[in-house]
Every structure is written in structure tokens, then in C-alpha cells.
Design a protein around this ligand. Sequence first.
Ligand code: SAM
Length: 270
Amino acid sequence: MNKASLTYVKQVLGDQKAKKKFGQNFLIDANIVEKIAKIAAKKDLLTIEIGPGLGALSEFLCKYSKNVEAYEIDEDMVNILRNEFKDTNFVVNHTDFLDVDLAKYENQKINIASNLPYYVTTPILFKLFKSNLDINKITVMVQKEVADRFNAEVNSEDYNALSLIVQYLFDVKLEMNVSKNCFYPAPQVDSAVVSFTPKKERDYKYEEGLFDFIEKCFAKRRKTLNNNLKDFLDATQIKNIYDKLNFKESVRAQELLLDDFIKMYEVIHD
Ligand code: SAM
């Protein structure tokens, strides 16, 4: 039986309920799931799947990938998957993805796919973005409003550290919108599938600390940039930045472009 169907989900769950605390909303539309897998996977590459749940997406990822390694936090899901899954190119680990040491994947090109648990979307994406993985593509289902944030423009409400870091690292594509009715149980809001393909040219000498720096500049969003900088820079360093970059005293992080953050970071380090 097709794993991306309401009948299958109800059958394997039996008396169990989908667990809210793990963000469990299972995909029950096989057409959508196959489309996601085709976007996410490549026949000659490993796909890492985060949160396979009952295997709706995993089944199609196995069809379109060389192999699939999945990380699932919920032991009940892992047991069901190990009982039900027949594909030989599928391995599921009972592990919180946030605890996975990704270093073991660093010597190969990989794809990453997930219908992300929404309560932990941002930390999972930050973990991937900050890793040293050789990523071919990341394809994830997220809440629609989160998807909008990735392409946010400077000064808009959605513009934040995550949007900046993403714009620096990836070409972002909104692949499709997905109605809440494609899930069981149906979430409150609609979703979207977004893909991230690494930018070809990237050569920035301070890259490692730049992301933490950007996050700190946005830490207190309603305060001025100066107010945020005070938490981790001394007065001379801050004065240097404002003098060299001609910033107004009242400037806030959300008014600045990626290039401004890079220049600020250079001022601190040069
Ligand atoms: N992939 C399945 C699907 O599309 O039907 C399930 C998606 S459901 C939105 C999210 C899945 O992620 C759940 O199975 C949940 O138990 C799992 N999960 C939640 N937090 C996790 C974490 N920190 N690490 C790994 N899996 C997690």
C-alpha cells in the first residue's frame, strides 16, 4: 500500500496518535510527495532525510536516490519504519537530527530532504547552513510564512538573520505551495516546498564567524544596531564601524544589506 495515503497512515498508527510535540503532520498526497522526491533526489547520490515519520517521502526518495539515510526522533516511528520498510537502500537512525555529527558526510556530495517538523525548522536549517557539507541541494517543506522569509527584502518584516545567511549561501527557489489538506492531521496553516542550491562562487575569508555576527546584530530586533553591538563589542570597535561605514546612529539591522554586514565584520577584523 502507498505510504503517502490516509488509509496507510491510519492503519499503521492504529491506536497511536500523531505527536504534536514532535511536529507530526504526515503527508497523505502521493502526487505531491513524488514531486518533492523528484526535485530533492538524484539517482547517483545519497539523500539524508530528516524526520521520515511513517515513510511517505522516504519511499519515493528511495526510488530516486542511490540510498537514503534518515534520522527520526520518535522511537514509535522508527519501529514502524523498521517493520514496514522493504527498500534495501533505506536506513533509519533513532536520533534527534540536532545531535547528529554531520562530519561523517563531509567527503561526499549529498542531497537533503525533509518535510520539516515545524517546531524545530530554524535550528535544523541553521545546522545545515553552518555545516561543512558538500550539499548538492536541500529540499524542505516549511510553513508558507517561513518560505516567504527566505526571499525577504531589506526593510521588510520578514527580513532577518536567516534570510541574510541564506541569500549569501544559496539560490533559493519556491518549488510549490502545498495545501494543509495534504497532511494528516491537517496543520493550521498552508505549507510550501523550498529548495536551496549552493551558490557557485563563494570566497569570503571571514565566513565562519560572519553568520554568528549577523545573528547577534539581529538579537534584539526592535533595538538599534548600536544597542545590539554593545552586547559583544567595545565602544572603540563600534565607533570604528559607524565612522568607516557612515551609519546613522539610529540604524537598525533590518535596514542593512548583506554587503553592509560583511563590511562591518571586516572593520572588526582588519
Ligand atoms: N516525513 C513524514 C511525512 O512527510 O509524512 C513526517 C513529517 S512530520 C512533519 C516531521 C517528522 O519529524 C516526524 O516524524 C517527527 O517525529 C520527526 N522529528 C521531529 N523532531 C525531530 C528531530 N529533532 N530530529 C529528527 N526527527 C524529528
